[in-house]
Design a protein around this ligand. Sequence first.
Ligand SMILES: Nc1ncnc2c1ncn2[C@@H]1O[C@H](COP(=O)(O)OP(=O)(O)O)[C@@H](O)[C@H]1O
Ligand SMILES: [Mg+2]
Length: 391
Amino acid sequence: MDNNRETLIEIEGLYQIFGPTPNNVLPKVKAGASKEDILAETGHTVGLQDINLTVKRGEIFVIMGLSGSGKSTLIRHFNRLIDPTAGKIKVSGENIMELSPKDLITFRRHKMAMVFQHFGLMPHRCVLDNVGYGLLIKGEKRAEWKPKAVSWLDAVGLSGYEDQYPSQLSGGQQQRVGLARALCTDAEILLMDEAFSALDPLIRSDMQEQLIELQENLQKTIIFITHDLDEALRLGDRIAVLKDGKLVQIGTPVDIMLHPADDYVQAFAKDVNRARALSVQTIMTPNTEKLVANTAAEAKANFPKNKEYAFVFDNDGYQGVLTREKLESLEDEAPLKGALHHIESVRPTDLLQKVIPLSLNSRFDLPVINKSGELKGRLEASKLADVLSPK
Ligand SMILES: Nc1ncnc2c1ncn2[C@@H]1O[C@H](COP(=O)(O)OP(=O)(O)O)[C@@H](O)[C@H]1O
Ligand SMILES: [Mg+2]
């Protein structure tokens, strides 16, 4: 994710206190009384306190915390399923507390779609109807929504399952239907509350991978809730850590691992196998120049300035690494193929553990290339060493 994205969601000074008279209790909470004291003294539960955060358009923003830390409570504010005791929620610059009931319905239907932990599919409707349901309730005709539902089912790898019923599918498949249904609404924001938590580890890992791959093309804004730090590190462009209703840290996966804000985050972070938890995109150097060339003459004309070597691409995509030194020894008309070092590329989604041997065996940075063949950055061995050496 690039860092210059615009802000899509802003949460400012958000408090949520559960109980009969939350406004009477609010001053005590603001004065710093603990969750336990508030409960003991007033019978109120502090759900969230002083939450401030922004979510940028196109990022996967993960909210991570133990059970009861307030994750679901927080996500329910994004589409105003609950109103805060205090604080502001803005989406695309609009204060959603000021929406009329009618605008609120439109906002929920068009702006956000939810993927649930227990799938939330309708058992008596076939897979296709489940996927198209959001469009159906918006009043779209079957002939209009059907092709979209079919194509989203294809995108999640479930072509051919249109006429099956949810009970005929495995858990992983049902959750793919849930994902296709959310994507089919064309909502800009996906809210995923522990969406993969009910799945077996291997299926869960597949779903994570699929979500990252889909996101490369979709560029949706995804708010993903999990209690699992490994999942947070794998998926999140940024991660917000919640504890007892308070935000303890917001940062990139690498920030969280290398610079935990306090002992609480540190305790989580120390048990993580970094090589298995972090993906290449979390440590790659983005915006690498590529060299598009077929002959030495083209390469000489286009060689990146001040670089000793370059990643060469032709019409068939990535070909290998060319050093400036080697290039200078070539005749202009020489084809490049024979002059290249065959350095394997890696994917942004690859886990570090997979790329360690490649990096160790290469005297060059590794090109990071996505599924569509685009150069997204390069992986430097020193970055890998930094992140893998215990601190
Ligand atoms: N409707 C409610 N009434 C009273 N307390 C609630 C309500 N919803 C959530 N809580 C409390 O708020 C806290 C956060 O809950 P929740 O947001 O569900 O946590 P998480 O999703 O992180 O497991 C918990 O202490 C929970 O008991
Ligand atoms: Mg929850």
